[in-house]
Ligand binder design. Structure first.
Ligand code: SAH
Length: 457
């Protein structure tokens, strides 16, 4: 017997009513039960859709016209929103963004983790969900005889010329523009990815939002940065806020932005920033949260969940430059951090000293390997905090955590589905998930961050 054919054909135009949203924030509407995923469609809306891809059980469409707009539809303030791959949901009211993120976390809890009993709180949002990013890393391309800077078009490496990015700190925007202009004046050539030729690849700018410090990193394919003294001098004259000007060399054919060779051209090796009462030194290649205001919200929740009284031993796995560890160290007897990137651990140690926190110790290694060693050394933590990358915790780490029998686990996550998967394993190992709190670290984009905690049964 032949399978029923999809009820639509490629290039056909259909009328659709959107019922739901996907994880990426695409609208979902059905034709005779056959779902079509359509970017920028919002639940409750009716629209004309061109079918662009037909698969066996679902298809994709392009929104041609919205006939009955949702009250939650808003005009995106960015001129290139519909071309750029950076933001996905500027067309949604902020309230809708927050509730969509909460719903997605809840749905992962149900479907992936079978954890229907766990309360998922309303997302903690920002008062002003714009211009929050403290770091920009922007590719440079050729524009006639000059240079352009901008983000990549969706699913491509074409650079869209862009004057401003509405989720960036304004200082970063202006710095990028200044460096582009100065480089252009000195005749620097843009790097050509296809031919693997040219000089200037990326401009990176990071701002300490509480200190006002700015770091500029100029990334070239070539070992030399032509006219470097003039370029440094002109950047300093244009923006006296700049604390550090850095040259990084990346000679490889790769999507990775920075290479191995970093030289300080002028100023400090680090810039500083504060989250709450803790000060951090951030070097050019360190991971540092891009939205420090919301990071404070996230860490405050993690700290509230850990509920430290001062006598506890705490492990912070995936600790980066020690941001969460040092927050915890203010309230705990002792904190052990583990992180796989060596230079991040050196930063973590420096940051502990900078803040006079002598009860935090940091180790380089894979958390899943260091935990069994810690256990063999008799380390007996009261609380374990984890903050893994998107793929979640290694299964062997979860088993080691279960065997260590802490009273509490606090789990910070940037991916609700791996969070739900891992919580299920911890539940089966004798822990009980108490609650999940989404915190909006990345407004206007589809990214979701949450913090959750478990108690040992
Ligand atoms: N808690 C930090 C960093 C979180 S990002 C903060 O809030 O700033 C996740 C970190 O996990 C990164 O620094 C990454 O280098 C590290 N990492 C990735 N895999 C790891 C592993 N197997 N063991 C230890 N750290 C790891």
């Amino acid at each position: 017997m032949s399978k029923p054919q999809p009820p639509v054909q490629k290039n056909e135009t259909v009328e659709l009513t959107f019922e739901d949203l996907t994880h990426e924030g695409n609208g979902v509407g059905k034709v005779n039960g056959y779902p079509l995923f359509v970017p920028y469609g919002l639940p409750g809306e009716k629209g004309k859709v061109k079918v662009i891809k037909v698969k066996k059980n679902f298809g994709f469409g392009k929104l041609l016209e919205v006939e009955e707009p949702s009250p939650e539809r808003v005009e995106p303030p960015c001129d290139v929103f519909y071309q750029c791959g950076g933001c996905q949901i500027q067309h949604m009211s902020y309230d809708m963004q927050l509730s969509m993120k909460r719903n997605q976390v809840e749905s992962s809890m149900h479907k992936v983790g079978h954890l229907s009993h766990v309360p998922v709180h309303p997302t903690i949002g920002m008062e002003d969900p714009w211009r929050y990013r403290n770091k920009v890393q922007i590719p440079v391309g050729k524009d006639g005889d000059g240079l352009k800077t901008g983000f990549y078009r969706k699913r491509s490496h074409d650079i869209i010329n862009m004057d401003t990015c509405v989720i960036q700190d304004e200082k970063n925007d202006r710095m990028v523009e200044a460096v582009r202009r100065i480089a252009e004046k000195h005749g620097l050539q843009a790097y050509d990815e296809e031919k693997h030729r040219g000089t200037l690849r990326h401009i990176m700018v990071r701002t300490g939002q509480t200190t006002g410090d700015v770091m500029v990193v100029i990334i070239t394919k070539t070992k030399e940065l032509p006219h470097k003294n003039d370029i440094v001098e002109e950047i300093r004259q244009t923006y006296p806020d700049v604390k550090s000007i850095v040259h990084n060399v990346n000679p490889k054919r790769t999507n990775v932005v920075m290479g191995d060779q970093t030289t300080i051209l002028w100023g400090e090796k680090y810039i500083k920033d504060r989250i709450g009462d803790i000060e951090f030194m951030i070097s050019p290649k360190s991971f540092y949260q891009v939205n420090p205001n919301q990071t404070k919200q996230l860490y405050d929740k993690a700290l509230e969940y850990a509920d430290l009284q001062g006598h506890e031993t705490v492990i912070d796995a995936y600790c980066g430059i020690g941001t969460i560890s040092l927050f915890l160290a203010q309230k705990a007897k002792k904190v052990y951090g583990v992180e796989v990137v060596g230079p991040a651990v050196s930063d973590a140690k420096k940051n502990a000293k900078l803040n006079g926190l002598e009860n935090a110790e940091f180790f380089v290694g894979e958390a899943e390997k260091v935990f069994p060693w810690w256990k063999s050394q008799g380390l007996d933590p009261d609380v374990i905090v984890v903050d893994p990358p998107r793929k979640g915790c290694d299964e062997s780490l979860l088993q080691a955590m279960i065997e260590m029998k802490p009273n509490k686990i606090v789990y910070v996550s940037c991916n609700p589905s791996t969070l739900a998967r891992d919580l299920r394993i911890l539940e089966d190992g004798g822990f009980e998930t108490q609650e999940v709190q989404p915190v909006d670290m990345f407004p206007q984009t589809g990214h979701i961050e949450c913090v959750s905690w478990l108690k040992r049964k």
